[in-house]
Design a protein around this ligand. Sequence first.
Ligand code: CAA
Length: 379
Amino acid sequence: MIFDLTEDHLMMRKMVRDFAEKECGPGAEERDENEEFSVDLWKKAGELGLAGVTFPEEYGGVGADYISYAITVEELSRVDASVGVTISAHASLCANPINMFGNEAQKKKYLTPLATGEKLGAFGLTEPMAGSDASGTRTTAVRDGDFYILNGSKIFITNAYYADTYVVTAQMDKSKGNRGIAAFIVEKGMPGFSFGKKEKKMGIRSSATYELVFEDVRVPAENLLGQEGQGFKVAMQTLDYGRIGIASQALGIAQGAYEQAMKYTKERVQFGKAISEFQNTQFKLADMATQIEAARLLVYQAAYLASQHKPVSKAAAMAKLFASETAMAVTTMGVQLHGGYGYTREYPAERMMRDAKITEIYEGTSEVQRMVIAASILK
Ligand code: CAA
């Protein structure tokens, strides 16, 4: 499949690349070192429209297609993968389920400020006992008049603490298994909703990751997203689209690491010549470029299908599986090409390798992607 990017895509790429290089690049190393989330960068990204790329203009979005979204996350992650995942978790996992399953009032109240970047979003699915087995949720929701009462906790939640709006799943009837789950829109500041442990992570250290704690949180009944019992499907469909975002993040990390390796190997002289002149280096760079090209085709293909409103489950899982394994392979080669310097924090190569690892884990591990692909090709 050959992709001709449109003028709009190319303009988007230039605009996001300029923003990433000018605004995100300079402090990336320091934010990683200090595990510091930048509210300022998030606000600036919002002002450029990056918080709502795919959402309809009537709800404050840009109304662009999914390839523009993939390019956005890719370009941010090429420079700083933490900024990339902040946008991806916000748009794919919080604003998008509200766009897909929300009623008119919910879209007006919650989607619009998310799409304009006025508010930041997050998604609460994972729990200590419900990781890959996402239907094993133990957080409960009990109907009480005009409210649902939520109790339980969620872990590893990207954007938590800083986010204003949360899409959260809870079990209403354990006997019904995944069909007993419901999804809710929960606001920061609702009494009983608090934040627990902040995770200390290997990579994407300047993205925020916290535990959510619900203690008798009274969520208005109008904040039910979709129907009671539909929450698991809300989560699965959300993740189908979300995986395009993480695949784009992985692609951007790989591209960034490749460019860094290219630059370094042209400058680094050993045995009297630039190490890029050695065949070992050239073969590694050739492998990196080939894998990135293949990943990009899968990612843009999944994004294209999403824009066409065609089924994306398999394509998104393939894109995420391949792009995340590419990111890991390419960043590892990148560190190797930097030699001893690659193992230090003097160069971004080691940060990129640490950042790459999570793309094989979150929004479904590589093993979960293989489950989704296998289920699709065998059915
Ligand atoms: N779209 C709509 N419905 C779907 C669906 C999809 N993509 N996938 C499954 N379903 C439906 C099925 O049709 C089925 O419906 P019925 O009960 O009506 O028949 C139901 O859901 C159950 O399906 P399965 O039996 O296939 O479900 P399962 O329990 O075997 O789980 C799984 C399948 C793919 C392993 C799923 O649990 C999964 O994706 N797990 C990984 C969870 C995950 O990705 N977590 C990431 C957390 S978010 C995160 O990481 C954010 C971050 O930090 C950035």
